[in-house]
Design a protein around this ligand. Sequence first.
Ligand SMILES: [Zn+2]
Length: 495
Amino acid sequence: MTLIRGALTWSPGWPSPVATDVAIEGGRIARVGERLTPAAGEAVIDGTGKLLLPGFVNAHTHAQSHFAKGAIDGLPLELWLPYLGARVGMLKPQDLYVSTALGAIEMLKTGTTCACDMAQMPGLTDEAIDAVVRAYRDVGMRVALAAQVSDVPPWRSFEGLEEHLSQDVRNGMAAQPPASAPTVLAALRRAVERHHDSAEGRIRFGVGPSTPTSCTDELLVGVADLARELDLTVQTHVAETRAGAYTARVRYGASAVVKLDQLGLLGPRTLLAHSVWIDDRDMELVAARGATIAHNPVSNLKLGSGIAPLIKMREHGCHVGLGTDGSTSSDNQNLIGVMRLAAILPRVVDQRHENWPTAADVLTMAISGGARGAGFESIGAIAPGQLADLILVDLGPTYYHPRNDLIAQLVHADVGASVVTVIVNGEVVVRDGRVTRVDQDKLLAEADALGRRIADAVAPGLAGQIAAGAREALEAISRTPLMREVSALGPFRTG
Ligand SMILES: [Zn+2]
């Protein structure tokens, strides 16, 4: 039993922070009210001078890439991916553990208590999956984990690429062929049996088709069946770049959103990352089916993917959460920075200022928007019966002086360094800014060694050849009428 006393408290839907105490019992919020009295034996956390909020939910990230932050820059997604793939392909299970733990610590310390993680694991072995799960479990974070899977050869990752890669390059890529749909589905089922609803309910395991076009229909249908049978969350990338949207139109004669809907993969348990190049019909479908879009403005700018139509999504009634994306396209896991960009970026697209998202809007997206996408019941609000995933933000730093509007100052002034206490499932996992369950110094030393080892060993030759082919392919498809049609989706969504 724990009582948080004396804090200013805010939850989505509240007009402004108010002095409210919160009592926790058995991992859930038991009481909410003014000046609560501690029960016998109840631990007290002093919230004086602090802002108490539900923890943020990072609606999109990737466990495997945190070790490579800062390593790859200045490339669009299709040219960046081969360099990331070269690094990730070298990771062993313990490396995945270290990378995952590094990202989880960074998320917790910047106020994120739950992640939606599409973890890509070389080979999709049981050992690799277990290492990622173990890292989240050890750090104590809540996670909706989806193994990122595909079964289409990498030279077909986008339409036009294959024709611009030599046979030698394709042979090099074939050294790590994708597993077949039945093999992938069997591995997912085993992982769900081992890990779904584990770690006192903190870990949900789901399915993550990398993109619809990187999977065969056989795999997509199998994933849909598995998700329906076992009530799993589905996470996937949709229309992240113009080339991605173009590929769906060439292969399906329709958008990826329409294709997902046709296969029964679009529903309240579906999380669509990015959704930059989607049209009005897509947004209507997403809203009608109750799916959630994970908006990743930092990653979309870093990779030059474009600006997602956030205002239009909201006008259509789409549910939207906020994500950092992985650490090679972000390059951090600080959701406060994402909130700020989500609030101000739409202003260059739409001059109707009354449509601009407010600080409270983006904070709500970062809390309850992501919570909905993560698929956990009862997170994302401060109310009796909700799971106790809470953060305390220190109002001492300059960002909060003078106190004009605490929510606006959190979103626009803070840089993510003021979170001092983090509680997940009623347990304090960050106290006085330090993680409580793992040895951070030891993990950082392991991450440093991992980074050096991969940087020394990575051979950029093949990645460079793939990237060169991707560049030629992008130029070739940019001249097609269909690509011009995709580009017309928005002048500020240029890629
Ligand atoms: Zn992603």
